[in-house]
Design a protein around this ligand. Structure first.
Ligand SMILES: NC(=O)c1ccc[n+]([C@@H]2O[C@H](COP(=O)([O-])OP(=O)(O)OC[C@H]3O[C@@H](n4cnc5c(N)ncnc54)[C@H](O)[C@@H]3O)[C@@H](O)[C@H]2O)c1
Length: 308
């Protein structure tokens, strides 16, 4: 195998993502972190799982960006995570410096890579990576919508007692308290949940989805979610590596779509080998559109603080 994916940040999300990519034999994986020895140890441990998992992905851990050279996809998970009582926005200044530094190092060694940003606050960090890399917008996007939609799918399946595979859901907007779950576009075997559940149950699912990350932070107490976030990121990496033309909600740079400009916001995007091939401008009601604009305004305020 000679396709290469780099995961920057070998913490909870990064290491779990590296493991998922290796287990699925999607590519060779380079796991990089600033902590000496830790990515090397995790990388070697994962490599030793490959004979049992039946995968020939070569996983290595490193502190040296030279090892990441020529990566097709680079995922940035470096940065601090939330603790109880913190919002994603509280991470802004610390993660800005980290994501900036990581992006500069990444582009030097993998100038043609597709960059997937995971570090929070997600939409602002995607904007940082886009600006610092100088890459075209199609090659820089953020993971949030796939995770938020997976949470909503889980809650719908739990509510109705059906297979998660029958459920699809759509969550747009920024990855924060103002995210926009869209019940009208969330379906069970093709039927919108608005036809299957009373309004108060739909509202409860929407609310639990928007607070899905905080619910886990409150339970873990020492960090934030990483199993579902790494699954969601792996789906996006898979769509790019396999050129699937798959429509997934991603944080994309908008230039007029949905009436929003110059900002990263979660929208339905078609992912393939070039990155974002197309943004699907689905029809929104006035209420949904207003909620998306409110969410975009919250992202704009954060980005404004950074003075990019
Ligand atoms: N977008 C999403 O939906 C989503 C979901 C979950 C987590 N996150 C975010 O992802 C990030 C990582 O979360 P986590 O749980 O893995 O945290 P973590 O603390 O377990 O891991 C972060 C890792 O980043 C490393 N790091 C710090 N500075 C670095 C640098 N300059 N270069 C390389 N590595 C560096 C740290 O050493 C650490 O190993 C957080 O910002 C978190 O908020 C986003």
């Amino acid at each position: 195998m000679n396709r290469k994916v780099t995961v920057v940040g070998a913490g909870n999300v990064g290491a779990t993502l590296a493991q998922r990519i290796a287990d699925r034999e999607l590519a060779d994986v380079v796991l990089i972190d600033i902590i000496e020895g830790m990515p090397q140890g995790k990388g070697l441990d994962m490599r030793q799982a490959t004979p049992v998992e039946g995968s020939d992905s070569r996983v290595i851990g490193t502190n040296d960006y030279a090892e990441t050279a020529g990566s097709e996809v680079v995922v940035i998970t470096a940065g601090i995570a939330r603790k109880p009582g913190m919002s994603r926005d509280d991470l802004l200044n610390t993660n800005f410096k980290i994501v900036k530094e990581c992006t500069e190092n990444v582009v030097r060694h993998s100038p043609n890579a597709v960059l997937v940003v995971v570090s929070n606050p997600l939409d602002a960090m995607a904007q940082v990576a886009h600006k610092v890399s100088g890459f075209p917008k199609r090659r820089v996007f953020g993971m949030a919508g796939v995770l938020d939609s997976a949470r909503m799918r889980t809650f719908i399946a739990m509510e109705l007692g059906v297979s998660v595979e029958n459920v699809s859901a759509f969550v747009l907007g920024g990855h924060g308290d103002t995210m926009v779950p869209l019940p009208r576009y969330s379906t069970v075997a093709g039927v919108p949940i608005t036809e299957l559940l009373p309004p108060d149950r739909v509202e409860a699912i929407v609310k639990r989805t928007a607070g899905g990350g905080a619910e886990i932070v409150g339970l873990l107490k020492t960090g934030s979610a990483y199993y579902a976030p790494s699954s969601a990121t792996a789906e996006m990496v898979d769509a790019v590596l396999k050129d699937k033309h798959k429509i997934l909600p991603c944080a994309c740079y908008l230039e007029g779509e949905f009436g929003i400009s110059g900002l990263y916001v979660g929208v339905p995007a078609q992912l393939g080998a070039p990155g974002v091939e197309k943004i699907w401008e689905i029809k929104l009601t006035d209420t949904e559109r207003a909620a998306l604009h409110k969410s975009a305004a919250a992202v704009k305020e954060l980005v404004g603080v950074l003075k990019l």
